[in-house]
Design a protein around this ligand. Sequence first.
Ligand code: FPP
Length: 272
Amino acid sequence: MAQPKNTRSWKYSASLRHAPTTLMSKSSPPLPAIDQVPAHVAIIMDGNGRWAKKRGLPRLSGHHAGTENLRRIIRACVEFGVKYLTIYAFSTENWGRPHEEVEGLMHILEDVIDKELNELNDEGVQINHLGRLEQLSPRLQKKVAKAVESTKSNSRLILNVAFNYGGRDELVQAIQQIIREGVPAEAITPELVNRYLYTAGVPDPDLIIRTSGELRISNFLIWQAAYSEWYVTPVFWPDFGKEEFRKALNEYAQRDRRYGGVSAPEYENSHA
Ligand code: FPP
């Protein structure tokens, strides 16, 4: 099949995915042992605007450079064995940006679907949409639905695209649906709520990365992030390439996730 015009190849190399323990190269720090690679990484891809401003470019150039970087990170997820990648591409609050920027972001999503869907499909990437579809143009709604439908049997990497997504909005629509279905109050548990979210069936993110240094959650996965590890870097999203991603995974591997308890060695010592 002919390559789409004006696009870089999205060919992912999965050859390293099954490497037994650690992956090393001369120039890169060692990758964590494969069982310490987070199953689910979520990313707030921030700093596109500042990246562009620093170069005297329009903000949209930053979003285009950010899209290029997304390619690198999807490839890296396949290579490193990350199973779920969730990206925050357009929030329910982003409608407040200048019209040209909003239109540009809509166009980027459309373009990515048009130009990359076949290749993403070939490489076993499943695309899910998180957020409200109905406020998007009918044309974009159809394209998103097609991307979701045509990749639904893939399982190498689950790519959740949060587009017109807001964490509060997600909770509100879940509560509304629970009430509509007449679920009795006593039956409402965290597990039940999970089933009404856009992320139903997706494990909570193990690691949330925010680029460009801001220290806020910005209405992203506010329920699902309850026990996620955070990694915040000053690097702008278009510059957050494979090596930066590797650094984040290495740092994640050092974390002691206690989920409100105590770490295992501490527990063992206190009971010795
Ligand atoms: C935040 O940076 C970024 C966004 C609101 C958009 C992110 C979109 C992409 C990376 C393009 C990929 C999108 C799709 C649909 C596949 P910012 O513009 O707020 O940066 P700033 O804080 O420096 O201004």
